[in-house]
Design a protein around this ligand. Structure first.
Ligand SMILES: [Zn+2]
Ligand SMILES: [Zn+2]
Length: 411
């Protein structure tokens, strides 16, 4: 798969050494002083593109939103997905390029900071408005390809960040600070009344990754949204700017269980379709099994991967796990095996519920048109680690018969 992440340069807050990271990296280790830090921001991450052709000019930084996510649509008669990766000018100006094109992929970004000389123009468009516009453009494109509107669509965002693009004024012309090309005339760039400054509240706080209880170094992957202490068995959530203790459960594995994959296990409230028990699920999904009477009283849970993975695998895993309904006893002890990092939030998992439901439904000609009236939302969510064994190049869940290429999970 093509690498879609951008590269960012940062200085270690401990020793000053340069650290290179990817856009989605949150947990990083300085290769010089080995300090492990978690990057936190109260709002979106803000980056600057380097001004290659403007060493002595006064730079003006133009804001662009960047959005990355997956657009799912339920069409006759399947669930389709498309990966969206777009940038959009966050400032109303007809002369400036509407998108950044492929620039950021070819260049190293830096975090925006007061140390960078220049004038930062504040965005006029919020990230939410930008995402709505990007979605609308996508829907127009999609609408021209499909004969009828989809039964349901959902955008699951993975990333929203602000990118500043440098320009400068020379001899009455606005010049692209990266390529050195003239974009337009200075008088067209009406920036006098533009509000400037780096967005309020914008800061990066590198947080310590030592367990607040015991001082042990917390475990996690580069893109983790939760960190774990394997000595006092606590899940720590850094999303508020400080570490908040949270719950998790583990299904105990066999001796050969080598990797534990995290899932959001969600009890849901559904309206518009009868879906309360496992027996109801067996009926709507038309399981080729006899419906046992005890299934009528068995609580139903949706199982959604708590890690980012390709959309087609995401849908397949959610379907297989939800149909299987692991009901083993769980414990709150972390195993001495590899814990796959949690990179997909509970909110995103909740937003994907209806798409996952659509993917389970059979008799699609009858059920898909009803999706508009169906509502589904979580009543209770739990984070559960499920053991998998390594067999050759695959990860296998023994009872479930799910085989996953180890390579897909970059193990
Ligand atoms: Zn360092
Ligand atoms: Zn601890």
């Amino acid at each position: 798969m093509k690498k879609l992440s951008w590269e960012i340069e940062l200085q270690c807050s401990q020793c000053g050494a340069p650290i290179s990271l990817e856009e989605t990296d949150r947990l990083l280790t300085c290769s010089y002083c080995h300090v492990k830090l978690y990057l936190w921001t109260p709002s979106q991450f803000c980056y600057c593109l380097p001004a290659l052709k403007a060493s002595s000019e006064h730079l003006i930084f133009i804001p662009y939103w960047r959005f990355k996510g997956v657009a799912y649509s339920v069409i006759p008669f399947e669930v389709r997905h498309r990966i969206l990766d777009a940038t959009l000018l966050a400032y109303s100006h007809r002369r400036l390029p509407v998108t950044l094109g492929i620039k950021p992929q070819a260049l190293k970004l830096r975090f925006a900071s007061g140390e960078i000389q220049g004038t930062f123009i504040k965005p006029r468009l919020s990230l939410h408005e930008a995402v709505m516009r990007i979605q609308k453009q996508f829907q127009v494109l999609e609408g021209s390809l499909e004969s009828q509107p989809p039964f349901h669509r959902e955008f699951i965002g993975e990333l929203g960040s602000l990118i500043f693009f440098p320009v400068f004024v020379r001899n009455g012309a606005i010049v692209d600070g990266i390529l050195g090309k003239v974009i337009g005339s200075e008088k067209d760039l009406v920036l006098d009344e533009a509000r400037s400054g780096i967005p309020e509240h914008w800061q990066i706080k590198p947080m310590s990754t030592l367990c607040p209880n015991c001082g042990n170094t917390l475990e996690g992957g580069r893109e983790s949204i939760l960190l774990f202490c394997t000595s006092c068995h606590v899940a720590w959530n850094p999303s508020s700017g400080r570490l908040v203790a949270g719950q998790f459960e583990v299904i105990p594995g066999e001796r050969d269980s080598s990797v534990y994959l995290p899932f959001w296990m969600m009890r849901v409230a559904v309206k518009g379709i009868t879906l309360k028990s496992y027996a109801d699920l067996a009926r709507v999904a038309n399981l080729p099994k006899m419906i046992h009477s005890e299934w009528e009283g068995q609580e139903l849970y949706f199982w959604i991967p708590a890690f980012r993975v390709h959309p087609s695998l995401f849908l397949r895993l959610s379907k297989q796990m939800t149909l299987f309904q692991p009901i083993e006893k769980t414990e709150a002890m972390l195993p001495k095996a590899l814990l796959y990092p949690v990179t997909f939030s509970e909110e995103s998992a909740a937003a994907s519920l209806k798409i996952n439901l659509a993917n389970l439904l059979t008799k699609k000609r009858v059920t898909f048109p009803k999706l508009q009236e169906i509502t589904i939302g979580p009543v209770e969510s739990r984070l559960v680690f499920v053991p998998f064994s390594s067999i050759g190049c695959e990860l296998v869940h023994p009872q479930l018969g799910i085989g996953l290429q180890r390579q897909i999970l970059s193990l």
